[in-house]
Design a protein around this ligand. Sequence first.
Ligand SMILES: C[S@@+](CC[C@H](N)C(=O)[O-])C[C@H]1O[C@@H](n2cnc3c(N)ncnc32)[C@H](O)[C@@H]1O
Length: 179
Amino acid sequence: MDNKETSIVPKTMQGVYRTTKCFGAKNQNKYKGGFPSGFINWLKKMNWWGERRVYLCAGKVDDSESIRVDIKEECNPTHLEDARNTSLEDECADCVIIDPPYLKELSKELYGTEEYYHGINAFTKEAERICSPKGLIITLSYEIPKRIPNCDFIAVCGVYQIPAMSYMRCFTVSRKNDK
Ligand SMILES: C[S@@+](CC[C@H](N)C(=O)[O-])C[C@H]1O[C@@H](n2cnc3c(N)ncnc32)[C@H](O)[C@@H]1O
């Protein structure tokens, strides 16, 4: 990193991986708001992955070896619950992936879940509880979450699709500190 760049980057973000990432218009599944096709492979390639994966607001994500929490029965989740307050045990995951509805209007229009709408920080709080030390917490949303207690950002990226499917989304990866 050259000196010029270092001087305009806040100290807390220096050393944090930053980029924009483009995907095609196709999604992984036919579900509204599903991950772009190639998104999961990108996570694996970047090593933002874990053996014990939990998806909060899972939708119809195609990952049968994971724990999937969603409020809608039609998504066939392993846990039909509000992802803000789950029955999962403390530190049961080493990778928690959060992809909630991005706005209250969208939660109504796309999923009919407006009564369960929360901003990203409500979900990261629960993620921190269920994530084990050194584990990862990944968010995809229109919001950059507040720094999660006991965690540090390791990546903050803009994710978009071409042709454009929505506004650019904020993608973050945080690592939970060792005890
Ligand atoms: C953006 S979609 C997730 C799509 C998913 N990434 C995929 O690839 O299929 C958001 C999901 O969050 C769910 N949801 C909304 N509010 C929720 C809540 N409070 N707790 C759990 N699930 C919620 C919706 O039912 C919807 O399936």
